[in-house]
Design a protein around this ligand. Structure first.
Ligand code: BTN
Length: 378
């Protein structure tokens, strides 16, 4: 029999096996199986070898090639876990269809999300992420009630549902994949699975609407400052795009939770390209450079947001004058603003404290633009 066994292990920081996902020949009764908590590693044995031994014992098979078994290992610092994989082959009979089977179950580094998790296993992975994230979070409110999902339509929708059931300020929804991510002005937000940081969190400001509407700028500032904290030269483009050079790396979509009483909460949805951008937006989008710990970036954004928010709650954007000026990457530059369908050219004179963009036109008049956007790629 030509028997292939593939196993993917998830280890914690201490190298203990938290769970094992394994695949074996279709001729074997054991196909995919999770164990939690996982195997015991003997002295002089790697975790991968321990998994092979367990599989061997369980299936009652002889594995001849453990020493030569290719083993891949990938550490996800953001989760404090390591994924190990091992593929073993014993040749006594041809089972060509097995290669296909192994390919389907095999998990390449950085593609953890692709593993075909049984529904019961998803909470485990999400639990691991929440645990790792909670340990790195340095806020009192924002991010304190995290919900990590493998997939959803839109994190804004998920959070709106929680908000309507009374979720507290600070509730956070993070998803690895969105099937209907939304952007501003009726656009979609595209992100390849595993290549973005996609999240929404809830604020419940007790403020008049004219101040509440400036919250998206606070979110854009928080992302810009957090990226700068990590050494990435990000800039804010009014009203709330974050750019690296001329290309967009992050978008913010704020939506209100309303009732007959008025605005009950604001959902702040943020999408950041932490990995490859989809081909359809490659002409105008870019990704955060370098190797990134997505959960560390998320924790830093929430920390920056909380610091800004506490000041904004008392005095509105006036309290954030210095940050607005530091982060605005279009100030004193020629720009074209899109107002409904009409483009208007001029020089940007910065962001006013009510959130309006100041545009100096050819006549020298400085016009406050309350809604619209700076055209960049259209
Ligand atoms: C924009 O640039 O137009 C805003 C994009 C906002 C995308 C994020 S991704 C997480 C959250 N969920 C959504 O459906 N949209 C926001």
């Amino acid at each position: 029999m030509h028997l292939n066994v593939a196993a993917a292990l998830i280890l914690n920081e201490a190298g203990e096996v938290l769970c094992v996902k394994r695949g074996a020949s279709k001729f074997q009764s054991t196909a995919f199986k999770w164990e939690f908590p996982g195997g015991k590693i003997e002295a002089n044995e790697t975790a991968a070898q321990a998994a092979v031994r367990e599989i061997k014992e369980e299936l009652g098979i002889t594995i001849e090639a453990i020493a030569d078994a290719p083993c891949v290992e990938h550490t996800y610092p953001e989760f404090s876990i390591t994924l190990q994989g091992v593929l073993c082959v014993q040749t006594t009979q041809e089972t060509p269809q097995l290669s296909e089977h192994i390919e389907q179950c095999w998990c390449a580094p950085d593609e953890l999300w692709k593993l075909d998790f049984a529904a019961a296993d998803v909470p485990l992975l999400c639990y691991l992420r929440e645990k790792a994230f909670g340990a790195s979070l340095k806020t009192n409110c924002f991010g304190r009630y995290p919900h990590f999902l493998m997939a959803c339509e839109s994190t804004n929708d998920e959070l709106l549902r929680l908000a309507e059931r009374g979720a507290p300020a600070g509730t956070l929804v993070v998803s690895e994949v969105q099937s209907s991510g939304r952007g501003r002005l009726g656009r979609s937000w595209l992100s390849e699975p595993g290549q973005g940081l996609l999240f929404s969190f809830l604020a419940r400001p007790q403020l008049p609407p004219e101040i509440a509407v400036t919250l998206p700028l606070v979110a854009g500032l928080a992302v810009t400052l957090a990226l700068r904290d990590l050494g990435v030269a990000a800039g804010l483009k009014w009203p709330n795009d974050v750019l690296l050079g001329d290309l967009k790396v992050c978008g913010v979509l704020c939506e209100a939770q309303t009732s007959a009483r008025g605005i009950e909460g604001i959902i702040i949805g943020i999408g950041i390209n932490t990995g490859a951008v989809p081909a359809a937006v490659a002409y105008r989008a870019t990704q955060v450079p370098g190797v990134l710990n997505r959960l560390a970036l998320l924790a830093q954004i929430l920390k920056r947001f909380e610091g800004l928010y506490e000041r904004w709650e008392k005095q509105g954007l006036a309290a954030l004058r210095a940050e607005l000026d530091q982060c605005d990457c279009k100030v004193n530059l020629p720009i074209t603003v899109k107002l409904s369908d009409t483009p208007l050219e001029g020089i940007s004179r910065g962001i006013r404290e009510d959130g309006a963009l100041l545009l100096e036109t050819a006549t020298g008049e400085v016009m406050p633009i309350v809604c619209g956007e700076i055209m960049q790629w259209d």
